[in-house]
Design a binder for this molecule. Structure first.
Ligand code: FAD
Length: 398
């Protein structure tokens, strides 16, 4: 049962993706009241296929918030990834290179299901099919969210508004254009992603650089594989038959020794994902805050999108808790600068992984030699490998 929405709240949260749901959970634990408004229905939000790698810090905060019971049972801890290039395989050992940090394979759909269940059981009001249409009084002491719920127009008075409403959300647009700046980069390729009912052919993720383009072997569970192929922008998934996909994956993952084979199984989903980097600064304007994809987008090569969202709202929840307990706005005032520091590091890492592993349409043999030199350096130097491992497993929150 969905709780009725009050007419006012302390923190109005727009969006029930990982950012909005986790923020609501953390605020609830601190006794701060909030309301979450989500435009889609529950089934849609819980089934939306997206990220699948959780950093150590994300797992830690899910545990602290009481949302990791199933993650601890079903999540798959991973201690490394494999880089494949020039027909060779090289493993990056995270705990050995980072002083014990690792990542978990646990799908975003499952994180969202766990957080929604907790929220509906004992959390603050969470309204599905509640589309926010406007943020009024963005520069006032009492911003108002206007939204439509079950065909009825409603308003919610807030002390603070947090836009956790993703890249196409309304809260960022409510910040006057002159008070924000967006930095962007798009990439000349996309990913064709599939889900397949077959056990993953590797225990760990495999990132492959090949003359035919990038490929990634990932997984959602011990019986479901998630695989990606670099494809040209504008690709229609319908142009890729199942057999063509498997043949291309085989070609890109091939090792010089010729002793590796990808297990095939029924493909249950195909989609094309464009690659983009974007950061909006600052992440706060007056009483409006931005968190997660509402403020920044990364290409998925570094597995950072969901983890950055979790980091933002952890910092923000601590700031609201500080205000609630001591009346100090110090942490709220430093929220944007604290997050942007980490965001730009993740932006660079995601860009680095993307540009090092993909083959651009106009790429010259010189460019390819530079990529291979970089990958060789990571394979040969513990220092270079440690830098990759530290970024991949996740940097400390602050
Ligand atoms: C197609 C796709 C595939 C991805 N794949 C990967 C991947 O493989 N690996 C990876 O690391 N990352 C991936 N990402 C990135 C990762 O999933 C995101 O970074 C993560 O979802 C961010 O969480 P969020 O809560 O900030 O935003 P979102 O998950 O986008 O949630 C925003 C929520 O706000 C709601 N909303 C929007 N507007 C309104 C409104 N006006 N009123 C009310 N609600 C609103 C939306 O319905 C949505 O539920 C992918 C992203 C996309 C879009």
């Amino acid at each position: 049962m969905t709780a009725p929405a009050p007419a006012r709240t302390t923190v109005g949260i727009v969006g029930a993706g990982p950012a909005g749901l986790l923020l609501a959970r953390l605020l609830h634990a601190s006794g701060i009241d909030c309301v979450v408004l989500e435009s889609r229905d529950r089934g849609y939000v819980e089934q939306r296929q997206r990220a699948g790698i959780l950093e150590q810090g994300t797992v830690d905060v899910l545990r602290e918030s009481g949302a990791a019971e199933r993650l601890d049972r079903e999540g798959l801890p991973h201690d490394g990834i494999e880089l494949r290039f020039d027909g060779r395989a090289h493993r990056i050992d995270f705990p050995a290179l980072t002083g014990g940090r690792r990542v978990w394979v646990y799908a975003q759909t499952e994180v969202v299901k766990d957080l929604v269940a907790l929220q509906l059981a004992d959390g603050a009001p969470l309204l599905f099919e509640a589309q926010v249409t406007a943020v009024e009084g963005a520069e006032s002491a009492q911003p108002v969210l206007r939204y439509t719920h079950q065909g009825v127009e409603r308003r919610l008075e807030c002390d603070y508004v947090v836009g956790c409403d993703g890249f196409h959300g309304v809260v960022r647009e409510a910040i006057p254009a002159g008070a924000r700046q967006t930095f962007e980069r798009s990439y000349p390729y996309s990913w064709l992603g599939i889900l397949a009912d077959v056990a993953p052919s590797s225990d760990e993720l495999v990132y492959a650089h090949s003359p035919r383009g990038f490929a990634l072997l990932s997984m959602r569970s011990p019986t479901v594989s998630r695989l990606y192929l670099q494809v040209p922008n504008g690709t229609d998934p319908a142009d890729w038959s199942d057999e063509r996909i498997w043949d291309e994956l085989d070609a890109r993952f091939a090792l010089a020794a010729g002793d590796w084979k990808l297990a095939r199984g029924p493909i249950t989903a195909k989609s094309v994902l464009p690659m983009r980097s974007s950061v909006t600064e600052p992440m706060r304007h007056g009483r409006l805050f931005l968190a997660g994809d509402a403020a920044h987008i990364v290409p998925p090569t570094g597995a950072k999108g969901l983890n950055l969202a979790a980091a933002d709202v952890t910092v923000l929840a601590r700031a609201f808790t500080g205000l609630h307990r001591t009346g100090s706005t110090e942490l709220l005032n430093s929220y944007s600068a604290t997050c942007l520091n980490r965001v730009w590091r993740a932006e660079h890492f995601s860009y680095f992984m993307t540009s090092t592993l993909h083959t651009a349409p106009e790429q010259s043999p010189f460019d390819t030699r530079l990529q291979l030199s970089q990958l060789d350096r990571i394979a040969a130097s513990p220092h270079a490998a440690a830098e990759l491992a530290a970024n991949y497993a996740g940097l400390p929150l602050v």
